[in-house]
Write a protein that binds this ligand. Structure first.
Ligand SMILES: *Cc1c(COP(=O)(O)O)cnc(C)c1O
Length: 343
């Protein structure tokens, strides 16, 4: 029996509407569904968001754009953040995926059609440097990009001075492109306020219930089936390396799920939940199995939850020393996936 991953499409659409409501009427809210919609399934999440009203999607690779186009059909725009890499051009054209041109090289390789352009305002990851943008001004203007975008490095820390610095740089760099629409903000930037919104915002993680969107509705529930329970006596050990020793007679449940499913070994301080009763993980998380102290339960249910509205992706990430993004995108391939909601 497989663990069960439940993905709430209504919650994703609700989060999109909530993020959309944070910017003005004239600001479009796109949806970032790279990395298979942060691990939740772009082929299902994409159509649900299209129905909810999303008119613009962003992916990270041309191949992701192809999959998304096949899922959502004609209509919404799909932008590809990595732009135009060797071998991408045919697929981008055939599936109507718009490259975000990131460098003078990508602009030179581009043979026409709709495009966007990315400027680097300080993150130094993707996008043209100010000198390139200035030098290529006429060329960029002639391409009539649908969008000029840039990306914030520290938007999840509202007080960080990098936010204002990048905003100022973006305003300066785009000043000589008055007719082209502009986009600076992902989820974190949406929360920084109107100065950061420009024409189009690009939330990703907030749609999927993650920080920094604190008011997000939880999207995922992960239930792991109990394979076996046993009583252990004081002094008995559980799991690899004998890393846990019973301090008192205890009831242990062994559940199906482990690091092969993206449940990080470093998350061993987390709990599994029977409704809202926390049952601590004990011993090491192994490849397929996790052991849990269920001494506190009267009866052990057939499944225990690793992700729910109490232990969210960010809470679990905290146990593992990582971020919610990595928990979501690491969700394994062995789960039985069930989608609820969506219309
Ligand atoms: C991933 C990404 C986003 C979305 O970021 P979130 O923090 O998930 O909202 C937006 N823009 C760019 C360029 C990205 O790489």
């Amino acid at each position: 029996m497989q663990a069960k991953l439940t993905i709430d499409l209504d919650a994703i659409c609700k989060n999109w509407r909530a993020l959309d409501a944070l910017s003005g009427q004239t600001v479009e809210t796109a949806a970032v569904i790279k990395a298979d919609a942060y691990g939740l399934g772009a082929d299902v999440v994409g159509p649900a968001l299209k129905t909810a009203g999303v008119k613009t999607f962003f992916v990270a690779q041309a191949e992701e754009g192809v999959v998304l186009r096949q899922a959502i059909g004609a209509g919404p725009r799909i932008f590809n953040f990595s732009g135009l890499m060797a071998g991408d051009a045919a697929a981008l054209a055939e599936y109507d995926v718009i490259p975000v041109l990131n460098s003078a090289e990508q602009i030179a390789a581009f043979t026409g059609g709709p495009c966007a352009v990315q400027f680097d305002t300080g993150m130094n990851r993707l996008g043209m440097e100010p000198a390139d943008a200035a030098r290529l001004r006429d060329e960029i203007t002639a391409l009539a990009p649908e969008l000029i975008l840039s990306h914030l490095a520290c938007a999840d820390e509202p007080a960080h001075k990098m936010n204002a610095a990048q905003l100022a740089e973006f305003v300066a760099m785009t000043a000589s492109f008055p007719k082209i629409k502009k986009s600076l903000s992902a989820t974190g930037g949406v929360l920084l306020g109107g100065d950061f919104h420009f024409d189009i915002t690009r939330p990703g993680i907030g749609l999927y219930g993650g920080l920094p969107f604190e008011n997000a509705a939880p999207v995922v529930q992960l239930d792991l089936p109990v394979i076996q329970t046993r009583e252990v006596k004081t002094g008995e050990t559980v799991g690899y390396g004998n890393s846990w020793t019973a301090q008192k007679p205890s009831k242990i449940a062994t559940v199906s799920g482990g690091y092969a499913d993206g449940i990080l070994r470093s998350a061993a301080s987390a709990s599994l939940f029977a409704d809202d009763i926390a049952c601590p993980v004990i011993g090491r998380i192994s490849m397929d199995l996790i052991t849990v102290d269920v001494s506190g339960l009267e009866t052990v249910p057939p499944m225990l939850s690793l992700l729910n509205s109490v232990q969210t992706v960010d809470v679990l990430a905290g146990h593992a020393g990582t971020i919610g993004y990595e928990i979501l995108t690491g969700l394994g391939a062995r789960y039985k996936r069930r989608y609820i909601g969506g219309s």
